[in-house]
Structures are given as C-alpha cells and as structure tokens.
Design a protein around this ligand. Structure first.
Ligand code: ADQ
Length: 482
C-alpha cells in the first residue's frame, strides 16, 4: 500500500467538527477558525503533512446551491463538510456525545441514558461513514478523532468492503478512557467498543487510558489481550498505543516576538507591578475543575491575608457547549462564586479575581501566559490539557511555575516539572499555590528546563507524524508486532 502520492500523504482526517465553522453573513458564507484542544493538536501537523479534513461545518444548509457555496468556501482549508440537519446534529453532539458519553469518559457519576440521542449518535456516525467512503480510494489512510465517532471505524470497514476498497483505519481518543468498571455504567458500552475494534491502530494520550481500554476489551467482548499493545478480536489484530499529543511551541515563540505582543506584555507588567499574577485558561467545562479552582483560591486568600492586593488570579473561562443545560448551570454557579470571592476579598485598591467568561484573541492569550508568575490548572479529569504546554512555551524568560492537578493527563509527564495537587483538596491547592509563588529562582529554572525540553520533544507535528507512520507501517507489514 502506498501512503504517499508525489510526496503528499493520501490521508483523510475525520472529526465531528471541522477546524473552521461556517457562518451565514448576509447572503454569503464565511468560515471562522475554531478553538479547542483537537484543533490545536492537529493544526501543528498541517506544516508537514497534507490531508483532507471531513466534519460537520456547524451550520444547517439545505439548499444545494448553498451547499456548493459552503463547499467552495472550505476548499482553501482542505476541509470537506458533512451536512446534517440541526436537530440530528444537536441530538448527536449535545444529547449523546456531551451529556452521556463525555461524563462517563471523565468519571462523572449520575449519568442517565436515553435511546433517542443514542439513535442520533448512530445515525450521524452512519452519515459520516457514507461521506468518507465515497471519497476514499483504496490505500487512503483514514484517521478518525474522538468520542463523537466511536462507531465510525466499524461502519467504515463494512462499507469499504462492500465497495471493494481497502483502507487503513486509525482512531485517536482525546479524552481519558475510564477504568473498566466505570465504563460498565454505559448501557451501549459493547457497541462502542466493537465500533473501535474495527480500527487497525488506536491511540490514547497516556499508558493508563490505553491499559483501561485493553482491560475493558478483555472483559467485555472476550478479546485476547495477553500480548502488550495488541488486541486480537474476531480474527483481527488491533494495535493500541500511547501517542503523546502536544502543541506547536514555535507558534508561541514567534507570537511573543511580535511588536504588538511585546507592547501588550509591557503594559500588563506595568498594570500588575508589585502584584503576582496567576493565570488560568480553560473551556467552561465541569472537567476543568473551575468550581474547585475558585474555592481553592478563596482558601488561599483566607490563608494569606498578608498577600491582600499583592496577588491576582486572571481566569479565562472560554464559553463551551452552551446549549447543554448542565453547562449553563455551571456558568451561573461560577459567576455567583466569582462575585462572592471578590465581595469577600476586594479592597478599594482592587479585586483579587478577574473572571472572564469569553474567548480572547491568540496574541492576548500569549501575552497573558507570558506575564503570569504561575499557571493554575485544576482538572478533575482531562485527556491531556494543552494549556499546560502552552504556558511553558511562553515562560522562557520568567520561569513561571505550573501548578497542575494530578488528574490532568499532562500530569503523567509533567509531575517533576510542576507542583502537583489534588483538585478536591482546598488546603493542598492553597499550599501548592503558596509554594509556587515563593519558589527560589534556581528551582523554578530547573523545573522550567525540564518541561521546556518535554514540550519541544513532544510537539503536535511529532504526535501526528508518529501516528500516521505507525498506521501506514501497520498495513505494509501486518505481521510485525505492534
Ligand atoms: P480541550 O478540552 O479543548 O481539548 P485543552 O487541551 O486544554 O482542552 O486545549 C484547549 C485549547 O484551546 C488550547 O490549545 C488553548 O490555547 C485553546 N484556547 C483556549 N482558550 C482560547 C481562546 N480564548 N482563544 C483561542 N484558543 C483558546 C481536548 C481534551 C484535552 C486534550 C485535547 C487535545 O479535553 O484533554 O488535551 O483535546 O487532545
């Protein structure tokens, strides 16, 4: 099988959302770059590898002329839209993926199951399979991403076979995979596992998630799992591996050099002269532990009255999944909590908490990372957490300290270079923050150098290239061990 064509990969990437969202502005369609972990991780790959990206454009388009216009507007991004009607898209994305599957993958209890959203999930996976199989040629590598599309590998394999095509299929999960007992909570657990087991290669962010998946397969579907990194199921061999997702550190280094970013850094430093800055950047999501973060910061302010007016937490909570009731409730809770904390600790000189519920431009994000003495990340569970990487990328001069929850996937790799803590323990969080703010320069430098080396050795480009190479080799030499 040839995976390259004139030096260019014959590669299709599939994810629920495209890296750009389409909006109707007057009578025209415009595309806007999306933000989030999946886009960050895959955008690093675009420098070295060519691919077509299939996904939902984020808008319902019924008219065939309009559809052609949308297709055209996405061509420059190598993106191919899969059109869905808005009710189906809503039930698939919000109803099943985000209200049922996402909480299970992140160990959240009290999840209920409904058949309607599950049927929508199945239907959307089928529509994706139809669109991808129409475009794929034999030999095209197909790389599927994330929990919205767990049935897709099986649907693809069946449809490709019916059309006489053969394509290597890879799947990467961007979330944790929970321990097998927790996965049992999901009534359709077997369908999803069988869906994934039609892949040739399945990638996870950490060894723990990979092992949880292998254990689940061994007990749930009677797969053979004695040989490390491989699963034998229904006469097929599936490779599983840990692939460390990362960022493009150069993008941050370049942005920091821009005159307008340098100017912004200067003005932020002036504004916060004599004040220690703690930064937090998270999608507004239960898994990011934002309630815990604000309560922990409140405890820290209680513990250290001597730091009144000498420390500020700038927390950016990026709006996310606003059509889901639980996310709206969380937003209300956080606004109330932020108000209470400032009500309790503010002085005429200022407020210790700047809670911003909005997205900020990339230049501003980079400047904020750069001026912060500490980055506080409090995930209760998190596949990786790329904000941890981004903060390190912007700290070459300051050697700021990362205070990182032990439940972020990133903690498996970054514990030595950060200050770890348990996000449910306010006292531990307060102590970790105090330690980070008072760490001597030689210790800060040593921690920073350790993490700086790690993020540069594990870039998003390397992650993508390693996965694609392994998937391609898998199909060239299927007899090789995984
Ligand atoms: P996310 O949960 O979206 O990703 P994360 O890894 O923290 O989370 O990445 C967020 C990304 O969004 C960062 O790259 C950040 O720069 C970007 N971002 C945040 N705020 C922004 C803003 N205001 N404007 C623009 N961009 C912004 C999921 C999983 C994670 C996993 C990633 C990658 O939940 O655990 O690390 O996928 O696999």
């Amino acid at each position: 099988m040839s995976s390259t064509n004139n030096g260019k990969r014959n590669l299709i990437i599939v994810s629920n959302r495209l890296p750009v969202s389409v909006k109707r502005v007057n009578d025209k369609f415009e595309s806007i770059i999306s933000s989030g972990g999946l886009v960050t991780s895959l955008s690093g790959l675009t420098k070295s590898t060519q691919f077509q990206w299939f996904g939902w454009p984020g808008i319902e388009v019924r008219d065939s002329k309009d559809r052609a216009d949308v297709e055209k507007s996405l061509e420059e991004h190598n993106a191919v839209p899969i059109f869905l009607d808005s009710t189906l898209a809503h039930e698939h994305y919000n109803g099943f993926s985000n209200r049922i599957l996402w909480p299970i993958l992140h160990y959240q209890s009290g999840v209920t199951f409904d058949d309607g959203p599950w049927q929508a999930y199945r239907r959307v996976n089928e529509l994706f399979a139809d669109a991808v199989v129409d475009s794929a040629e034999s030999g095209t590598l197909i790389w599927v991403h994330d929990y919205h599309l767990m049935l897709l590998p099986e649907l693809l394999r069946d449809r490709l076979k019916q059309r006489g095509k053969s394509c290597p299929i890879g799947f990467s999960l961007h979330t944790p995979f929970p321990a097998k007992d927790f996965w049992r909570n999901l009534p359709v657990r077997t369908h999803l596992i069988e869906g994934l087991l039609s892949s040739d290669l399945i990638g996870f962010h950490t060894d723990e998630y990979k092992q949880n998946f292998i254990d689940t397969c061994g007990s749930l579907v009677d797969a053979r799992t004695e040989i490390p990194n491989q699963i034998q199921y229904k006469k097929r061999l599936i490779c599983v591996g840990k692939f460390v997702v990362g960022i493009d550190p150069q993008k941050f280094t370049d942005t920091l050099q821009k005159p307008e970013v340098q100017e912004r850094i200067r003005s932020l430093k002036e504004r916060y002269k004599g004040v220690k800055v703690i930064v937090g950047v998270d999608r507004l999501d239960h898994i990011k532990g934002l309630t815990q973060k604000l309560n922990g910061f409140d405890a820290f302010l209680d513990d250290h009255p001597e730091l009144q007016n000498k420390v500020v937490l700038i927390q950016i909570a990026v709006p996310s999944r606003e059509d889901v009731k639980e996310y709206k409730e969380l937003e209300t809770e956080l606004c109330t909590l932020a108000g209470k904390i400032n009500g309790k600790h503010a002085t005429p000189e200022g407020t210790p908490l700047l809670y911003m519920h909005r997205s900020v431009p990339f230049n501003e994000l980079t400047a904020l990372y750069s001026v912060a003495d500490v980055c506080l990340l409090t995930s209760t569970r998190d596949g990786m957490n790329l904000v941890a990487f981004e903060y390190v990328a912007c700290q070459q001069n300051r050697h700021g300290v990362l205070v990182l929850s032990e439940f972020a996937g990133a903690a498996s790799f970054m514990t030595n270079g950060s200050i770890p803590f348990h996000p449910a323990n306010k006292t531990q969080m307060s102590e970790a923050l105090y330690k980070a703010l008072n760490l001597p320069e030689d210790e800060r430098r040593a921690k920073h150098e350790h993490l700086h080396h790690f993020i540069n050795a594990n870039t998003s480009a390397k992650w993508g290239e390693t996965f694609i190479e392994k998937l391609s080799a898998r199909c060239r030499r299927p007899e090789d061990p995984c």
